[in-house]
Design a protein around this ligand. Structure first.
Ligand SMILES: C[S@@+](CC[C@H](N)C(=O)[O-])C[C@H]1O[C@@H](n2cnc3c(N)ncnc32)[C@H](O)[C@@H]1O
Length: 276
């Protein structure tokens, strides 16, 4: 079972490519906000989220770390520049990996960062080759999260740390049927079968069943809502137009912003920390 083609198709859609490039310079994760931060300063918020990743990983400078689903490499770049980590990033899309290499060169971080095109469900690193592994908003795309977690467990050294910034959602039976149907559509169109599956508690159960000790699960939804709200405000009018024209499935990110903001009571943005 694989959904590699669906994931690649989703990230190659013009709506997805242009949206990420225009708003986030190609980076693909939410920002972290403290009480008084301006919701519109997205780069600063994304760097704070990456800081949060660095602090949760809690690795010494020089530690070897895997970024699974690295996108254009900005998270890895920040962790190398700020925390001195040696990061290897893998991503399904050749265009993301090429962009990550270009950005690394521009930043002068070639001595700390490497990237390769690979499926995180089939890593070709030797056993016990990383001090830590992290995902930033990507495991939701996994066709079979168990297979990915097994790979993470295999490539981690004993005692190594796994940190996952991922989404979880309310049980369908506890949501209005119309909202459950919107989630189903969005997760289908954005190639996120694991978000569809990650009802509250599921990811920590799977992590434990893989053999990890789950250390902490933290709900930080409220700290990322300001950015989502900005996108929902910007997307509201276009979304109404796309919907009226029956074109909304081609603008999944616009639809996600509006619908996930509207139904924010039914999902969470979580930080999962575990150890091998
Ligand atoms: C929402 S983006 C996050 C990118 C990056 N972590 C960031 O924060 O900017 C999800 C990324 O996961 C990658 N991805 C999805 N499934 C993958 C898989 N099976 N193996 C490797 N990468 C994958 C996608 O290509 C995409 O770049």
């Amino acid at each position: 079972m694989s959904n590699v083609r669906e994931v690649i198709r989703y990230y190659r859609q013009p709506g997805s490519r242009i949206g990420y490039r225009l708003f986030l310079h190609g980076t693909k994760h939410f920002g972290f906000y403290r009480e008084k931060d301006s919701p519109w300063l997205w780069s600063a918020a994304m760097r704070r989220m990456e800081d949060k990743m660095g602090k949760t990983l809690a690795q010494p400078s020089g530690a070897r770390v895997l970024d699974a689903g690295c996108g254009v490499g900005d998270v890895a770049g920040h962790l190398a520049g700020r925390f001195g980590l040696r990061v290897h990033g893998v991503d399904l899309l050749d265009t993301h990996v090429a962009q990550a290499r270009r950005r690394t060169c521009r930043r002068g971080l070639d001595h700390l960062l490497t990237f390769s095109q690979s499926d995180y469900a089939a890593l070709d690193f030797p056993d016990e080759s990383f001090d830590a592994v992290y995902t930033m908003e990507t495991l939701v795309h996994a066709a079979e999260a168990e297979a990915v977690l097994r790979q993470f467990h295999r490539v981690l050294k004993p005692g190594g740390r796994l940190v996952m910034f991922e989404y979880a959602r309310e049980f369908p039976a506890r949501m209005p049927a119309s909202v459950a149907e919107v989630f189903r559509q969005l997760n289908d169109w954005a190639a996120m079968p694991s978000f569809q599956r990650f009802t509250y508690g599921t990811l920590e159960r799977l992590t434990a069943e893989t053999g990890f000790s789950v250390r902490r699960v933290e709900d930080i939804s409220r700290s990322m809502w300001p950015m989502l709200r900005c996108f929902a405000v910007i997307g509201a009018l276009p979304y109404a137009g796309f919907r009226a024209a029956g074109l909304h499935r081609h603008f999944v990110n616009t639809m996600s912003a509006v619908e996930f903001w509207r139904h924010r009571a039914f999902w969470r943005y979580e930080i999962h920390t575990a150890e091998k």
